[in-house]
Design a protein around this ligand. Structure first.
Ligand SMILES: [Zn+2]
Length: 157
């Protein structure tokens, strides 16, 4: 029996994915790797102060799995702070949610921007103004991924 896709949803891409202690050369640093789903768990539970049930639902995981993810994230961050490690945010099996997709009629270029950012005025590639929301993306914000056939994949940043 095929197992259902258990991709974890991540709604935010970090602006910076590498943090290091000042004054220690990179070559002497040990690195802690925080996966994207661990990063997202911290963002939802610690920064946005969501209940774990709610955060788990948003990430498409069980409450228990969410607990495991965030425990692992906390431990890694603690280790980085206490032992002066660099932190790299990278990897994990996840997909981006909360992105809206646009398509340019002129050149066919498609791109994604996060929800909450203003609608772009023109195509970033050809600067034509004849752009529209991509159909396949409609209503995909909250648990609405069911209709699309997009495959789970592991994204690298
Ligand atoms: Zn274009």
């Amino acid at each position: 029996m095929p197992r259902p896709c258990k991709c974890r949803y991540v709604g935010f891409r970090p602006e910076a994915c590498y943090f290091k202690p000042r004054g220690i050369p990179l070559s002497e640093l040990e690195e802690v790797v925080l996966t994207m789903d661990e990063f997202e768990s911290i963002r939802l539970a610690d920064l946005e102060e969501m209940y774990q049930e709610q955060a788990a639902e948003q990430m498409n995981v069980s409450r228990q799995t969410f607990g495991n993810i965030i425990n692992s994230a906390h431990k890694k961050i603690a280790e980085a702070l206490v032992n002066a490690r660099a932190v790299r945010i990278d990897g994990g099996v996840y997909r981006m949610s909360g992105m809206k997709r646009f398509k340019c009629h002129q050149c066919g270029h498609t791109w994604e921007i996060p929800y909450g950012t203003p609608r772009p005025a023109d195509c970033p590639q050809c600067r034509d103004e004849n752009i529209h929301r991509s159909e396949e993306d409609r209503g995909a914000r909250r648990g609405g991924f069911g209709r699309g056939r997009r495959r789970c994949r592991s994204l690298r940043i």
